[in-house]
Ligand binder design. Sequence first.
Ligand SMILES: CC(C)(COP(=O)(O)OP(=O)(O)OC[C@H]1O[C@@H](n2cnc3c(N)ncnc32)[C@H](O)[C@@H]1OP(=O)(O)O)[C@@H](O)C(=O)NCCC(=O)NCCS
Length: 319
Amino acid sequence: MHLVAATDEQMGQRDALTYSEWGKLLSPEGYAAREQRLRAHPWSRADMRTWLLCGEDGGVLASCETFRTSSFLRTAGGPLDPGDSFAIASVFTEERLRGHGYATRLMDLLAAELERQPRAHAALLFSDVGPRIYARSGYQALPAWDWHLSPTPGDPRAPVDTLLREDALGPALGRLRQPEVPFFFWPSPAQLDWHLERGRIYVEHLGCSLPPSAGATAGASTILWGLVGRSAELTVLMLDARSPSEGQALLEAARREASRSGLSRVVLWEEPSHAPLLPLLQGEGATRVARDGSLPMVRPLRPGLPLSPLLPAPRGLWV
Ligand SMILES: CC(C)(COP(=O)(O)OP(=O)(O)OC[C@H]1O[C@@H](n2cnc3c(N)ncnc32)[C@H](O)[C@@H]1OP(=O)(O)O)[C@@H](O)C(=O)NCCC(=O)NCCS
């Protein structure tokens, strides 16, 4: 068995097979168009690949995708050391081929391939099938708790200093504090826009509108959000709350934006840095739930990579 990077034609062939798994709400043609549109997005064009595990006869046994994402090592007292990490998506084995270890072999060969990249730091994935299969290939699970906040009526501008527009993702991302851990992933503005692109594709199927804002600021605190998939929810992509009260104000704006846009709730992925804010969230219309799917898992791609248990995996990194 060997690993190859798929051609455009092979990617199209995989789309036809993966439709049954990931095509909900879309027709097969709509799903193929979604995949093409997402591949044409600047973040995907920067370095997105589809990988195929092929048998000796060249037949495809399993597939997945990788997206390059920035990551940083904090050197002792020195500057941040940038590198490349790889977010892995859409691991897939056709039903008739399952249970023969093909997905596991694909993950092992892929890790070996990624380890050879000159600036490689780590691989990151979000498992919808629990931790066991990926733990075999060296992935470690991170905590996965979500906050679900009900929409509240009112002007989203009122609790915050500014609402952010989609075209301000770059400067807004620049306001966020980077995590105080020895190694972390950090998304680019194009990467965050890729999530919004998914929302632009799905909005016509959801009976809601695209939120007019992409986030908010309050004092030095910043939140980035969007409609990002096939659920009519306002998803928080990044949240840097410098104080609990500023964090609360940002989330109140999110709840109002969800209400104004006809969305059913706000979803926040809990991060270690949110701890001081959490007591303020408890109450009417806010619940903390174990995440259903999308379990973040990380695998070092170089020896000695310092993986902290406090490593954040914000929703903005999801693929
Ligand atoms: C998950 C998937 C890629 C596994 O492919 P595969 O080639 O059969 O994988 P392997 O043979 O290497 O490993 C199979 C293991 O995955 C486990 N697995 C498969 N689907 C699972 C699920 N929905 N929940 C939990 N475990 C699951 C099997 O139980 C098996 O575990 P075991 O060997 O410990 O009994 C395949 O089932 C698939 O394509 N599923 C649909 C798409 C999907 O959910 N992809 C994963 C996205 S994170």
